[in-house]
Design a protein around this ligand. Structure first.
Ligand code: SF4
Ligand code: SF4
Ligand code: SF4
Length: 279
């Protein structure tokens, strides 16, 4: 059980608690302003953010680590994420009453292709925050760029994302409000993955699971290697052998969709003898 489940989930998976998606949380003025500020001007702020991250990697290590610690603490308070396997996305959809597919802000800023991979999820009616935050963005919420999805349509999108090797994750906006299920990989221009994976500044935490490789079922075909957004799978082409770096695994389950031998399953992190306390 991660720190967020303890803090925001009463000891259960924090992202499966319906109250963390309730639109009325947005009534909190500070949170509302944070969401609006986050979305508006995201593209314009992006080059500066990227320069800041590069700078953090260049300054002396003790200073950089101090700054990163401070920024991570802020992220936990305002905007952090965690990978969620598709089975649990499905559980979220059991209680979510509104899903809006919208243009992804990271891809828009990075200029990478976007087929609507960002899903705003709420319990209860969507109030004005979404509309206000996205006013004027890609034509605005009243255009075709913003689509209301049924549960089945959402699942179709999520399954398509799996096929494309995209990881699902949930994100807070003023924790504990969870406002989105994102679907990304490093190539998509995802800012969160760049900060976490490329610049070692934690904005995303490991998920509640860890991958379990059944070596007897694995045919060592290597198909899963490229599916892992975190480089946890390596395939030795000479020896034709797959190896797993459990410490690098974020437990997203994205790799499973590449395996036709059913050799990859998710094990609850808490049950892993070596990874139970690694977040
Ligand atoms: S986290 Fe992912 S889906 Fe969400 S806005 Fe960024 S790239 Fe898009
Ligand atoms: S090995 Fe771990 S991090 Fe990589 S895709 Fe599989 S579950 Fe996700
Ligand atoms: S895709 Fe499946 S069978 Fe192929 S190397 Fe990966 S785990 Fe093994």
């Amino acid at each position: 059980m991660c720190q967020f489940c303890v803090q925001h989930g009463d000891g259960k998976a924090w992202y499966l608690q319906a109250e963390n998606y309730v639109a009325s949380l947005e009534d909190d003025l500070e949170r509302r302003e944070y969401i609006i500020d986050f979305v508006q001007g995201f593209s314009e702020k992006q080059p500066g953010r990227l320069r800041g991250l590069q700078l953090l990697d260049q300054i002396p290590a003790p200073l950089s680590s101090l700054a990163k610690k401070h920024l991570t603490a802020k992220q936990k308070k305002h905007h952090f994420g965690q990978p969620v396997p598709i089975e649990e996305c499905e559980q979220i959809l059991e209680f979510a009453t509104s899903v809006v597919r919208l243009p992804c802000v990271c891809r828009t800023a990075a200029g990478t292709p976007d087929n609507g991979y960002c899903l705003a999820v709420t319990v209860g009616p969507v109030d004005g925050t979404l509309k206000e935050a996205f006013a004027g963005y890609e034509g605005g919420p009243d255009t075709g760029a913003f689509q209301n999805l049924t549960k089945e349509e959402t699942l179709t999108v999520l399954r398509q994302c799996e096929k494309e090797g995209l990881m699902h994750s949930v994100w807070t906006f003023g924790s504990p409000l969870i406002a989105a299920i994102c679907n990304c990989n490093i190539e998509s221009g995802c800012m969160a993955m760049a900060t976490t994976v490329t610049h070692d500044l934690k904005t995303m935490w490991r998920g509640e699971y860890v991958i379990d490789l059944d070596e007897t079922a694995c045919t060592n075909c290597g198909a899963c290697e490229r599916r892992c957004p975190f480089g946890a799978l390596s395939f030795n082409r000479k020896e034709k052998r797959l190896s797993v770096d459990l410490k690098a695994c974020y437990g997203c389950g994205t790799c499973r969709s590449a395996c036709s031998a059913d050799a990859l399953t998710l094990l609850p992190r808490a049950e892993s003898p070596t990874m139970a306390k690694v977040w």
